[in-house]
Design a protein around this ligand. Structure first.
Ligand code: HEC
Ligand code: HEC
Length: 377
């Protein structure tokens, strides 16, 4: 469940990153000076003498009708399309110790996830103390429900450690996904398990503990069986109903409500913290159009409008518009009939924008045209 969701996120990330259109190479097997493999489309800016050197502009196919991103190449899809399953299928060869993980974590992860995975400032915590005692797993939550609900943390919530491997490999560090080697990922998983105080075979994960493809399957996450009520078998449906009948299972304190959830009108909350409550003048509750200028007679309104909205073009022949007061020019215009002239004015024609670029009602626009014509006879 996590997996497919995060996989989607990662695939979206590829497209988004790639859209910045910097690519270093189009050959998946190429390696950089630091020995890392380069995935085409990935952004790698080789640094020379402390400066980021130039990069190739991406010329790959764009999506039709979407002016964002580009089509992922077969190599990219291949590189990102990995499944690492709870039973260990898909785990690459490799190994890494808690201690190595600690060092990599310091260098590449702690800036966002803080020391010891404490999280904060919007970045998720990667541990919340001892996963067995201090973290409320979903399973414990079902046995001893309370209003706060389970903690949705790696130690308390994630049913399988394979998700952790997969997530870090394809998604982290956030700015450079797919940049970690398999050994580095093993080390990071070992480290994150250790800060969650998760044991393997009843043993604490000390600094020298080495996690590898071989012993990975021994990890049993505290919430392994807790993630969902038992949905298989003939009682499956009943189990699910019972689960959702107890709001405390998922951290609610009331019955779930799908309709008529409020007594009376729902309260609309004002945005808090602005600190202004007594406005002067008071906040208007009615929307009104700005007051119209009191002008005597339609003709004066038309004259004002002409001057403010039409004269800029119709005042001279510089714009190719029939000039205000030019009898011959307006006589020519009117040969097509007044209705046609109105229509052209309203919908625009050549250099004449619709309604001269104004938001006048048709009738008001026509009265301005009438005014111009009356002054050009
Ligand atoms: C630039 C900031 C940044 C860096 C550096 C970073 N992460 Fe993250 N990490 C995030 C963000 C943001 C999320 C949440 C992403 C989401 O929910 O879509 C996250 C989520 C995670 C999660 C999932 C947590 C959960 O409960 O859902 C793990 C595990 C993780 N990061 C591990 C790492 C590791 C290991 C490293 C170092 C190799 C690392 N991160 C480096 C920003 C960062
Ligand atoms: C951005 C310049 C511009 C503005 C502003 C503008 N016009 Fe025009 N108008 C033109 C031009 C150019 C033409 C000549 C179009 C053509 O026939 O090639 C024109 C033509 C017209 C015509 C004649 C249409 C026809 O059938 O030939 C009318 C009527 C007219 N404008 C009314 C107005 C009115 C009323 C306003 C103001 C509310 C206005 N215009 C504002 C550029 C402008």
């Amino acid at each position: 469940m996590f997996k497919s969701y995060h996989k989607l996120v990662s695939m979206v990330t590829i497209v988004a990153l790639a859209s910045v259109s910097a690519m270093a190479t189009s050959d998946v097997s190429r390696t950089y000076a630091n020995g890392k493999k380069v995935i085409d489309g990935g952004m790698t800016y080789p640094v020379k003498n402390g400066k980021t050197s130039s990069y190739y502009v991406n010329t790959q196919k764009a999506y039709k009708n979407i002016r964002f991103g580009r089509v992922a190449t077969a190599n990219e899809i291949k590189a990102w399309d990995m499944d690492i399953m709870p039973d260990g299928t898909g785990l690459p060869d490799g190994k890494g110790s808690v201690e190595e993980g600690d060092e990599i974590y310091e260098a590449k992860c702690s800036a966002c996830h803080f020391d010891f995975g404490a999280g904060g400032s919007g970045y998720p915590a990667l541990q919340q103390g001892n996963a067995y005692e201090m973290q409320k797993t979903l399973k414990l939550q079902r046995l001893h429900p309370d209003d706060d609900g389970p903690k949705r943390n790696i130690g308390s919530y994630w049913p399988y450690a394979s998700t952790l491997f997969w997530y870090i490999k394809t998604g982290m560090p956030h700015p450079a996904p797919m940049s970690l080697t398999d050994d580095e990922v093993y080390a990071l998983v070992a480290y994150i398990l250790s800060i969650n105080e998760i044991q393997i075979d009843g043993e604490d994960l000390e600094d020298e503990f080495i996690l590898s493809k071989e012993n990975f399957s021994k990890i049993v996450m505290p919430n392994k069986d807790g993630f969902i009520p038992k949905i298989e078998g003939k009682n499956g449906l009943e189990n699910i109903r019972n689960f959702y009948d107890k709001p405390k299972n998922f951290g609610g304190n009331k019955k779930r409500c799908m309709k008529n959830c409020f007594d009376g009108k729902p309260k609309v909350a004002r945005i808090q913290g602005v600190g202004i409550s007594d406005y002067n003048p008071p906040i208007s509750e009615k929307k009104e159009k700005p007051a119209k200028k009191e002008v005597a007679g339609i003709k004066n309104v038309a004259k004002d409008t002409y001057e403010s909205s039409c004269a800029v073009c119709h005042g001279t022949d510089a714009m190719g518009a029939p000039v205000f007061g030019d009898k011959k020019a307006w006589a020519t215009v009117l040969k097509k009939g007044l209705d046609k002239v109105y229509e052209n004015g309203i919908h625009g024609i050549n250099g004449m924008p619709p309604k001269g670029g104004t938001l006048l009602e048709d009738a008001a626009f026509k009265s301005v045209v009438d005014y111009i014509i009356s002054q050009s006879k």
